[in-house]
Design a protein around this ligand. Sequence first.
Ligand code: NAP
Length: 254
Amino acid sequence: MNNELFDLSGRVALVTGASKGLGKAFAVALASAGADIALHARNIDDLKAVKSLIETRGRRAEIFYTDVLDKACIDDSVASTLETFGQIDILVNNAGVNVRKPVLELSADEWDMVLNTNLRGYFLMARAVVPAMLSRGSGKVINVASIFGAVALPTQLAYASSKGGVMQMTKVMALEWAKQGVQVNAIGPTYFETPLVAQLRNDPERYQFIVDRTPAGRWGQPEELAGLIIFLASRGSDFITGQTIFIDGGWTIW
Ligand SMILES: NC(=O)c1ccc[n+]([C@@H]2O[C@H](COP(=O)([O-])OP(=O)(O)OC[C@H]3O[C@@H](n4cnc5c(N)ncnc54)[C@H](OP(=O)(O)O)[C@@H]3O)[C@@H](O)[C@H]2O)c1
C-alpha cells in the first residue's frame, strides 16, 4: 500500500457545516490525513470545539462564519479563507437541512429553505472556491448528497429533490472542469447518527424501521465516513469524477 496516495499534508480543506454531525467528522478525518482545515458554519461556539479537536491532532484549523443562504457572506468568507491559508485544495459542500412533511403540508417557504441551503448553497460555494482551483490546475470538490438522491420515502419531498439535484450538479461540474484538473464527486450517506436525524433516533419505531431496511442491519457512525472522504480528497481518486458513491450499508442495493 502506497500511503502517499492518501496523504493530505500541505493541503487545505474548506468544510461547510463543520460545526457538528457529518461536517465535524469530515473535518477531523481530513485533518487526520494531514490537511489543514477551514471550518465554515454559523455556530461559532460549536466551531471552536471542532477547532480544538483538530489542533490536538497537530493540524491548523481556522473558523469562518458562513451562512450558505447568503451569497455575500459566502463570497466574503471564501475570500477570507484564501487570504488566511493562501489556497483551498478541497471543498466539502456539506451544510444541509431537512424538513420532513407530506407533500401537501410542505410550505413554499420550507421548500425554499431546504433547496436554497442544500442545492443553491453548494452551487454558490463552488462558484466562489473553484476559480482559484482552476487557475492552479488542481482541486477536489466533494458534494454531500444522500441515499435520497437516488431512492425515496414519503415526507422527503424537498430533501430528496435537493439531493437528486446535488447528484446532477456533481456531474455537470465534473464535466466542465475535468480537463482542468478539478475532480467533483459526491458522497451518498444513509442514516448516520447526527443531530439532523435526532428526531428519528428518538422514535423507536422509526429507528427500527431504518435498522430493518438496511442490509447491514444498523445505522452508520460518522467516523465511518473517514475512509471515503480521505480517498475522494486524495491523489488516489484523481481519475474519478462525476460519481456519487453511496455509503449506506447496502440500502440502495434494492
Ligand atoms: N445524518 C444523516 O443521516 C445524513 C444522511 C445523508 C446525508 N446527510 C447530509 O450530510 C450533511 C450534514 O448533515 P448532518 O447530519 O451532519 O446534519 P446536522 O448535524 O444537522 O448539521 C448540519 C450542519 O449544517 C450547517 N448548516 C445548516 N444550515 C446552514 C446555513 N444556512 N449556513 C451554514 N451552515 C448551515 C450547520 O451549522 P450551523 O447551524 O452551525 O450553521 C451544521 O454544521 C447534510 O448535507 C445532510 O443532508 C446526512
